[in-house]
Design a protein around this ligand. Structure first.
Ligand SMILES: C[S@@+](CC[C@H](N)C(=O)[O-])C[C@H]1O[C@@H](n2cnc3c(N)ncnc32)[C@H](O)[C@@H]1O
Length: 230
């Protein structure tokens, strides 16, 4: 499935890839130095440019333009433990710029990047190409769906840094615990306010350097959490 074909307003934003190239530069995520991604240096100017280009106000931030601590921790774990994903179908929920999905593809998985933001899907595929792999992209809100009944069924579901809003986190966690009855579900959690407090088992910890502009701090500790069936 192509991210571009799912772009909701192609007439308002014909060249998503050109937009990404114009507003980012290739950078190395600190915890994953073997990768290069199209990343922004500051949030606000890019957010403004996105709203101006689309002619819309009140858009969600351009999360896709940053390698959040979650995807850095998840990518590090995957690249250091490739046998955990090799040969599997891996679905990255809320993939943003796709770092964790790209790591899974590099480790030999068939990787699918999912996000509700069409720009994220375009960015993830662009970043994948830059790192010499191909990933699939699915622009949809899959939370609450019965993944088992769709062609998106994946043996391994990964999630990075999605517990930053209460409603989103509650929906996500309820869904992930259900999914964990029939497959492996791993979350990379950098200490957000609505992180799971129970029903999880820590399997690793990483300290990730962060942009002060985004996090108001220079590092975050990311815990990899095995989500238990519920
Ligand atoms: C903080 S970013 C994290 C991105 C990436 N996982 C990382 O760690 O770098 C959160 C991402 O989740 C996406 N998102 C929010 N709600 C979602 C939903 N219901 N389904 C899929 N993606 C969602 C946002 O568009 C955004 O790209």
């Amino acid at each position: 499935m192509s991210g571009e074909s799912l772009f909701p307003e192609p007439s308002a934003f014909l060249d998503a890839e050109g937009f990404i190239r114009a507003h980012t530069r290739l950078q190395v995520p600190p915890l994953v130095p073997e990768m290069r991604l199209f990343l922004a240096d500051e949030l606000t100017p890019l957010w403004q440019a996105t709203e101006d280009t689309l002619g819309k106000k009140g858009l969600e931030p351009p999360f896709w333009a940053f390698a959040w601590p979650g995807s850095q921790g998840m990518a590090r774990w995957i690249l250091d433990n490739p046998q955990e994903v090799a040969g599997k179908r891996v679905l990255d929920i809320g993939a943003g710029g796709g770092l964790a999905a790209i790591a899974a593809a590099r480790a030999g998985a068939r990787a699918i990047a999912n996000d509700v933001d069409p720009m994220a899907i375009v960015a993830a595929r662009l970043n994948a190409a830059e790192n010499g792999v191909t990933i699939e992209g699915v622009c949809a809100d899959l939370l609450d769906t019965t993944l088992l009944d769709t062609d998106l069924d994946a043996e391994f579901v990964i999630v990075g840094d999605l517990c930053y809003e209460r409603a989103l986190s509650e929906r996500l966690l309820a869904w992930l615990h259900r999914l964990a009855r029939t497959r492996r579900v791993l979350m990379a959690e950098p200490g957000r306010a609505f992180a799971p407090r129970a029903g999880v088992r820590p399997v690793g910890t990483y300290v990730v350097p962060t942009l002060f502009d985004l996090e108001n701090r220079t590092e975050r500790t990311v815990v990899l959490l095995e989500i238990e069936a519920g």
